[in-house]
Design a protein. Structure first.
Length: 456
RNA sequence: GGCAGGGUGGCUCAGUGGCUACGGCGGAGGACUGCAAAUCCUUUAUUCGCGAGUUCGAUUCUCGCCCCUGCCUCCA
């Protein structure tokens, strides 16, 4: 089965065929760098990391572009609040972003353009829009996009301009020809960061940067554009309007949107204030647990975030590590192809849930084979290939089960003492030692090769 | 109000026009063990929100209804 992807614009799964054989251009909307990333951002990172990995796995040369929005009202406000320069804030937040993304095991995109480094492209695109009659300068001096001039407006999100107007709760801005018109270039106030442009000193609107940066890196027509569901409208709709009206290309051919992270069935968001930053969560949970948690649900479905769900992801991941631990004790790694069921799952719109089911089945078969001392070389190869691709169970097994424990010498001494006691059939003493450690959260496991321990 | 997505076992989460509805967590029993832990085996939904229709046959398709969530304003 060839790769099928759900394309938001057609609301259907489609066979994926790249524009240029063997190559994929993919643009994903990144973050506005004014604060730490929360778990919702983690989902975008992980989802598109998996998509990127899978595209490469099936042989594509992927140009994965993800932007940083480093100029915007919220950034200006935050920098002022903290009394620091804008680029100090954005650099700090970009560094934090990388810490989080790296911890979560996400590969770096091939290009990570910053809006402030692409002013020329944005201005050129706005000029083209003005020339073609799709943009105008408003009474306030801002350059606005004239939504009515773009016939296909609303196609991606399935919206009808007139319905939007009737349902609009937004205050009417009478400098706009149409309430839906949006800013392309915003005049700067004296204190604000500004760039020269044909319309005066100012800064770009949010939407234009993605149109400009995606097209400048990937061309006016490219394969995949992704981001969170909430970006569908108006952000992605506006990107399409800008890019298609300014260039003669078709912009993105496949639109991929990931579902939200919810808390108590409500969307996690800044405005609701019900968010956890990635770094907060990582104080309690290993980053791989968060990754596992994300992979357990299909990327387009909502994902309910809770301690309980993370605990379950941890337990499930422990199971995979238990298998790895047993593998480490036995055979050498052999290379094996990914199992067909796994490949089919991933080709079916990146179905990581099913892919994990394959991994767990494999884990069981492997444990059983190990118990029965049968030849498991092929299974080990498959197991390893899957975990590597998904980016889970990639840490050292001892580190995983014992990491962060400082008192290992004492534990080892107690285990040795218990072994002596067991030898002498002094089970009371042996059990006392085990209970003592259990009370500290150390669980002992007696195996044929001796006793090992792990943190509960 | 418009549009979009969803309601599957105690929880979670896949999936399919028809053999025994995937996996994880949890529960029960068993094997192994001195006892545990880990692992393995068995077991845990006459049933996939409700009603009707299409069909030889629907959880899967169509229609209606109920409920949930999201977008329609910045938001991953």
């Amino acid at each position: 089965m060839s790769l099928q992807v759900y394309n938001t614009i057609s609301r259907n799964k489609e066979t994926f065929t790249p524009l240029v054989e063997g190559k994929v251009g993919m643009y994903v909307c990144g973050v506005t760098v004014y604060d730490y990333c929360h778990v919702g951002h983690a989902r975008v990172m992980i989802v598109f990391d998996i998509i990127n990995r899978w595209l490469k796995q099936i042989g594509y040369d992927v140009d994965y572009v993800r932007n940083f929005t480093d100029v915007d009202d919220k950034i200006i406000a935050r920098a002022a609040e903290r009394g620091i320069a804008i680029d100090q804030l954005t650099n700090e937040m970009i560094a934090a972003f990388y810490e989080d993304a790296d911890a979560l095991g996400c590969d770096r995109p091939t290009h990570e353009p910053r809006a402030t480094a692409h002013m020329d492209e944005m201005i050129a695109m706005i000029e083209a829009l003005v020339q073609r009659g799709c943009a105008y300068v408003s009474a306030s001096g801002d350059v606005l996009y004239a939504v009515r001039e773009f016939a296909a407006y609303g196609k991606l999100s399935g919206k009808n301009i007139d319905d939007l107007e009737s349902g609009s709760r937004v205050d009417v801005d009478n400098t706009k020809r149409d309430p839906l018109d949006f800013v392309l270039w915003k005049m700067a106030k004296p204190e604000e960061p500004a760039w020269d442009s044909p319309w005066g000193r100012g800064r770009p609107g949010w939407h234009i940067e993605c149109s400009a940066m995606s097209c400048s890196h990937l061309g006016s027509t490219f394969d995949i554009h992704g981001g969170g569901m909430d970006l569908k409208f108006p952000h992605h709709e506006n990107e399409i309007a800008q890019a298609c009206a300014a260039n003669d290309g078709n912009f993105a051919r496949y639109w991929l949107h990931n579902g939200f992270v919810n808390i108590n069935s409500e969307k996690m968001s800044k405005s609701l204030g019900n968010f956890f930053t990635i770094r907060e969560v990582l104080k309690t949970y290993h980053p791989e647990v968060l990754r596992m948690f994300m992979l357990g649900t299909h990327y387009r479905s909502p994902l309910d975030f809770s301690d309980r769900a993370l605990d379950e992801a941890k337990t499930a991941l422990d199971r995979i590590y238990e298998t790895r631990k047993r593998i480490a004790e036995t055979a050498a790694i052999v290379d094996a192809a990914l199992p067909a069921r796994f490949v089919d799952a991933m080709n079916d719109d990146f179905n990581t849930t099913e892919a994990l089911a394959v991994l767990f089945d494999l884990s069981r078969a492997l444990n059983k084979g190990l118990n029965e001392k049968s030849d498991v070389a092929e299974l080990i190869g498959q197991f390893t290939a899957i975990t590597k691709l998904l980016g889970i169970a990639r840490h050292d097994v001892n580190e995983w089960f014992q990491g962060g424990e400082s008192d290992t010498d004492r534990i080892d001494a107690l285990i040795a003492e218990r072994a002596e006691a067991k030898k002498a059939r002094d089970f009371a003493r042996a059990d006392a030692i085990r209970n003592e450690l259990a009370a500290e959260g150390i669980v002992l496991e007696d195996t044929a090769a001796g006793t090992t321990w792990k943190k509960a």
